[in-house]
Design a protein around this ligand. Structure first.
Ligand SMILES: *Cc1c(COP(=O)(O)O)cnc(C)c1O
Length: 406
């Protein structure tokens, strides 16, 4: 076999060229798309006003409710999670309304910025980006709001930038304790289908989700699960709302259609991913995520890398964010150098540090179509790259992770 000279001379190039097999996509969305879902999507476009589509739509609309833990309508948009954020705010609120937010990390911050662009007034509880929403602070802010100025409480269930999960049931309790009528809106974009979630039981008014994380689909669908109270609020909301208007969609969905052209092929994929989640069983899906997360945290503890999440109970089952160790000059080893080397050497994508964590931290996702072996492989890539870059760490993290998974 002829090899070109470059192949033989550069070890980095050689590693790249022999780096065949599957790419390890260990970022917290888009997550790996299972072959079953890919095959389901690989289907001719069909008439979105015809009987075959109608059957698909009715099946998907019925099947998606249990994933949200709801019997209320779930509105499905062609759009991303950000679109679904916007839909939640536009349907229910009026310009100038105050919304209570808690800046748990980058995504909570982006939702806040979006609210500002929509001329809402976010009242934002600051955070160290290392802890979950504090229900006590939510309660005291609501108690102090005797005029009922706050129209909605908007929180992120799983803060994907930090690997911190907030307790939505506790936030609901805090709102009830304050006897405050604000709507509860929850961003579930990276937790739906991966972490236990109960829209109805927890009294959530709008649950926001997307397709490319726990649902194991490519990007392209956004979701709003909506309570009766949220639909009632929509009747008097003053925000102009066209494409995002729930009621047009809910009314046509009842017949198995959408008012505009729906994302036909992704809906085929969604039907398949719902089947997959239900075949495994949601409790087992959630337990699998927790176990893979525990294995990851165990490896990180051996390496001596500091977890961004400081409360063990709040550590995310979906993604673990780790600080790089400090150098003698006080600066941290560069997280993006680690990610770049891991990609070149081992064909793995790790999550970058976002916002104020840029360069400081990297993220290992254990989300969606993932199992013990992909996690052991991903952890091995991290450990080998730490070693190659001479980043100070204790070896043996993978070994300990294997104990957790045995
Ligand atoms: C990914 C993500 C979003 C944004 O979704 P897009 O699909 O990128 O618009 C919002 N919130 C959280 C928590 C996310 O993880």
């Amino acid at each position: 076999m002829q090899r070109d000279p470059e192949y033989a001379t550069s070890s980095r190039t050689r590693l790249n060229r022999i780096g065949q097999g599957r790419h390890f996509l260990q970022i917290p969305g888009p997550s790996p798309v299972p072959d079953r879902v890919l095959r389901a999507i690989d289907y001719p476009a069909i008439d979105h006003r015809g009987p075959e589509f109608q059957q698909l739509a009715l099946r998907v609309l019925k099947g998606v409710g249990p994933i949200f833990g709801t019997t209320e309508p779930v509105v499905i948009y062609s759009g991303s999670g950000t679109g679904a954020w916007e839909a939640a705010l536009m349907n229910t609120l009026s310009p100038g309304d105050t919304v209570l937010m808690h800046e748990t990390g980058q995504f909570a911050g982006l939702w806040k910025r979006l609210a500002e662009k929509l001329r809402l007034k976010p009242d934002c509880i600051a955070s160290d980006w290392r802890s979950p929403v504090d229900p006590g602070q939510v309660e005291s802010r609501l108690r102090a709001d005797s005029q009922g100025v706050i129209k909605a409480v908007c929180v992120v269930h799983n803060e994907t930038s930090t690997g911190v999960t907030s307790d939505i049931a506790a936030i609901r309790k805090a709102m009830d304790a304050a006897r405050h009528p604000a709507l509860l809106m929850v961003d579930c974009v990276s937790s739906l289908g991966a972490i236990d979630y109960r829209h109805d039981e927890w009294g959530v008014d709008v649950t926001v989700a997307g397709s490319q994380k726990g649902l194991m689909l490519p990007p392209g669908l956004g979701f709003n699960a909506v309570s009766a109270k949220a639909r009632e609020a929509a009747k008097s909301a003053g925000m102009p709302c066209g494409f995002w208007d729930w009621e047009d969609i809910i009314a046509t969905n009842a017949q198995g259609f959408w008012p505009t052209t729906p994302n036909t092929n992704l809906l085929y994929g969604l039907a398949e991913s719902i089947d997959m989640l239900m075949e495994e069983g949601l409790p087992r899906v959630f337990a699998r995520h927790q176990q893979l997360a525990l294995a990851t945290r165990t490896a990180a503890a051996v390496w001596g890398l500091d977890n961004v999440c400081q409360q063990p109970k709040a550590c995310s089952p979906v993604v673990t964010a780790l600080f790089m160790p400090a150098k003698p000059d006080g600066n941290r080893h560069d997280a993006d150098t680690l990610r770049r080397e891991a990609l070149e050497r081992y064909n793995i994508s790790l999550g970058t540090g976002l916002g104020r964590l840029a360069g400081q931290a990297f993220r290992i996702a254990h989300l969606g179509d993932t199992n013990a072996l992909t996690i052991v492989g991903a952890l091995a890539a991290v450990e080998m790259t730490l070693k190659a870059l001479k980043v100070p760490h204790q070896s043996g993290g993978v070994q300990e992770a294997m104990q957790v998974l045995t």
